[in-house]
Design a protein around this ligand. Structure first.
Ligand code: 5GP
Ligand code: MG
Ligand code: MG
Length: 179
């Protein structure tokens, strides 16, 4: 597996420190509010698990799954809900937790859907942001790391459902997805 990976982009300690910082900020910003944290499956699952344990105020959590790229590295722009929320977002403050924002198409769609359901507010927290690849304007409220335009895996992010369990974030070798 190690032979599939290029350089380590973000190390485990760096991730841990950033997740703690984000958790503290979110706890401050939502103090006294009814917060529903929504993890976007599958990519955000590791980040979500670590982030919510750094949040020190009472929260609810839920998950949504949307169609992903499968075994390619480009967004199709077509987003499908594979699993919807188990609870209503009405009058709740919603925080979407994403692994990475690339074209922004997935997020734009998610924000629109959730806003149409009458929440008190909708904000976005992402671990990684690749702004060079943006195809649509999206507002990100909490961001872990801005990264260059490279395909990354690890800490929840996959290629063909592999590498999600890695503790660090790596650049995947191009020959893996171009072969
Ligand atoms: P967007 O709609 O912003 O183009 O795509 C967002 C989704 O694409 C992410 O949630 C993630 O699943 C996938 N994605 C985008 N860039 C990368 C990347 O560099 N590595 C991996 N593993 N997934 C990515
Ligand atoms: Mg995602
Ligand atoms: Mg994926």
């Amino acid at each position: 597996m190690q032979q599939d990976l290029n350089k380590c982009l973000v190390g485990a300690n760096e991730i841990k420190a950033k997740v703690k910082e984000l958790g503290e900020q979110i706890s401050k910003d939502y103090a006294g509010k009814d917060l529903l944290v929504i993890g976007i499956l599958n990519g955000a699952v590791i980040f979500m698990a670590d982030l919510i344990r750094e949040i020190t105020i009472p929260i609810n959590i839920d998950f949504m799954a949307v169609s992903s790229y499968g075994a390619t590295t480009e967004s199709s722009g077509v987003v499908r809900i594979l699993k919807d929320l188990d609870q209503s977002v009405e009058n709740k403050h919603v925080l979407i937790v994403e692994d990475i924002i690339d074209s922004g198409l997935t997020l734009k769609y998610l924000v629109e859907i959730l806003k149409s359901r009458g929440p008190a507010s909708v904000k976005v927290c992402t671990l990684l942001d690749k702004p060079d690849r943006r195809k649509t304007e999206v507002h990100v409220d909490y961001n872990g790391f801005v990264i260059p335009d490279e395909f990354v895996v690890g800490y929840g992010l996959d290629y063909d459902e592999k590498y999600r369990h890695l503790q660090e974030i790596y650049v995947l070798k191009e020959e893996i997805y171009h072969s």
